[in-house]
Design a protein around this ligand. Sequence first.
Ligand code: CP
Length: 324
Amino acid sequence: MSTDTTSSSQLTENGKLRHLIRIAGLSRDFISRLLDKAESYQVPVGKPPARDTVLKGHTVANLFFEPSTRTRASFELAAKRLSADVLNLDVNMSSRIKGESLLDTIYTLQAMQCDIFVVRDASAGIPDFITTNVQPNVSVLNAGEADVSHPTQGLLDLLTIRQNKQALDGLVVTVVGDIAHSRVARSLSEGLGIMGNNELRLVAPKGLDPDPDLYPGAIIGNDIDKAIKGADVIMALRIQRERIKEKSSLMTNHEYLQKYGLTEARLDKAKPDAIVMHPGPMNRDVEIAGPVADGPRSVITQQVNNGLTVRMAVLAAVMEARTT
Ligand code: CP
């Protein structure tokens, strides 16, 4: 059993998607095709959801070792709409509680012919580690890795921006919040860098600033009003309290809203057609004011919808790698 956790290739020799661990390393064309495929699964509101048989006879196992609503539910629905058998392991009722290792859990499910593992974990390196230990016919999809990577979130964010701005180039994108702990910001940054010449502005309260080495080319600061000025896209992020040991230094919710919250007054400084994004889960009236979250510039519901079809596209792409 290898314990190598170095980065493994996501692509097959033919350039097909075997695993999805990070957006970095994917080409602009490849991402564009994935987003096109996701759009092909979209149907008008009120119509039955798109279905396909591309995963028929295959099994998707969802292993979420951290809480999730959107990612877990949408991977489950995406797999079912593509006709897969779906296993949602209840981690708290699994034999991991009795001391079974992660890999032995994977081997157990692999022996039951699970083909695709969707994994969320609080530790960095876990998705890569699994890829180096599974059978050649098994794929791993990263559903959120510590503060490192959340590639399907990055893809759904790119799709949402593309749908609203008609391009993924020449944009000013401002991300506000706890950047230090944000895998969402990391994956969005990777994607924006690949897709075009975009200006990424990262704004965090002092103490939650990102490591600049992780964001080459980004403008990093603490002044939200300056960073919102002239922005095309503004994304608010929550404070990830579960990753912060010293909570006594955190602001109160009211203070945070005053100093870093996305309020209607602040939004007036953005471009008139700026869109407002949030990956969820949202803390209303903390990082985003309720009227902004529900307002005409908010595309938060669109992000959720895109999450489902992006995950269908990723699952379909992984199946293509198995058959070509
Ligand atoms: N954005 C996101 O990953 O949400 P969940 O934690 O609900 O999956």
